[in-house]
Design a protein around this ligand. Structure first.
Ligand SMILES: Cc1cc2nc3c(=O)[nH]c(=O)nc-3n(C[C@H](O)[C@H](O)[C@H](O)COP(=O)(O)O)c2cc1C
Length: 205
């Protein structure tokens, strides 16, 4: 009789244990189901910090966009070069190569505002890689003047993608010598705001 009860208990445990495992793996499937890429351009690491916070919250691959020919260190010189590139439509070549971009479902694209516009290297990225059918989500830091036309340009260059509401927050003010600000209280504030935004757009884990 004891043996019989033991056998019945083992059978019951087998089924309930495998059911529990199924639930866990199903859950993983939901979060794993979407392949996330977080690409960003960052000169003074403010946008980079936001990118890292996004990755901490949702996972995914983090990729920094590096240029073949880096911009000048000097602020006035970079402003001049970017103005020139915007006028001529020059697309700076990217050193960063992204393997198998087709495997991603969701692409977060981060950048600072430059001259109230989308930085030319992000235009290079959007022209070089086909994001057709993917979900594209912009995020941004700026000196307090906002996104300018940058999010609109992302939309214009990703006509066949689904664009979700972007995120923007004040970062450095390089013009005034304020470079990296994403530490201490500011970082905590950014972490909170990023979390809220990810939840709002349905991208939190
Ligand atoms: C070339 C250049 C142009 C910029 N133009 C603007 C601008 O038009 N509006 C603004 O609010 N901030 C502007 N900024 C400031 C950056 O957007 C801000 O410092 C941002 O947080 C930098 O991000 P990063 O640390 O990821 O490079 C500019 C910075 C640079 C280098």
């Amino acid at each position: 009789m004891q043996k019989f009860v033991l056998i019945i208990l083992s059978i019951m445990c087998f089924f309930s244990c495998s059911k529990a495992q199924e639930t866990v793996s199903e859950k993983n499937e939901v979060s794993k189901g979407k392949k996330m890429l977080i690409v960003y351009l960052s000169r003074t690491k403010n946008t980079k910090t936001v990118a890292e916070i996004i990755q901490k919250n949702i996972g995914g691959d983090l990729v920094e966009l590096i240029l073949e020919n880096p911009y000048p260190e000097n602020y006035k010189a970079i402003v001049e070069q970017v103005t020139n590139e915007n006028e001529t439509g020059f697309l700076p070549p990217l050193k960063t190569k992204i393997e198998n971009i087709e495997k991603y479902d969701v692409v977060f694209i981060g950048f600072p505002t430059w001259g109230m516009k989308l930085p030319p290297p992000i235009k290079s990225f959007l022209k070089q890689y086909n994001l057709k059918g993917k979900t594209v989500i912009p995020f941004n830091t700026n000196a307090g003047y906002g996104i300018g036309s940058s999010f609109d340009t992302v939309e214009e260059l990703s006509l066949e993608s689904k664009i979700l509401e972007g995120f923007t927050i004040k970062g450095g003010i390089e013009r005034d010598g304020i470079l990296f600000v994403m530490e201490g209280k500011k970082k905590i504030e950014v972490e909170k705001k990023v979390k809220e935004w990810l939840t709002k757009i349905g991208m939190s884990k």
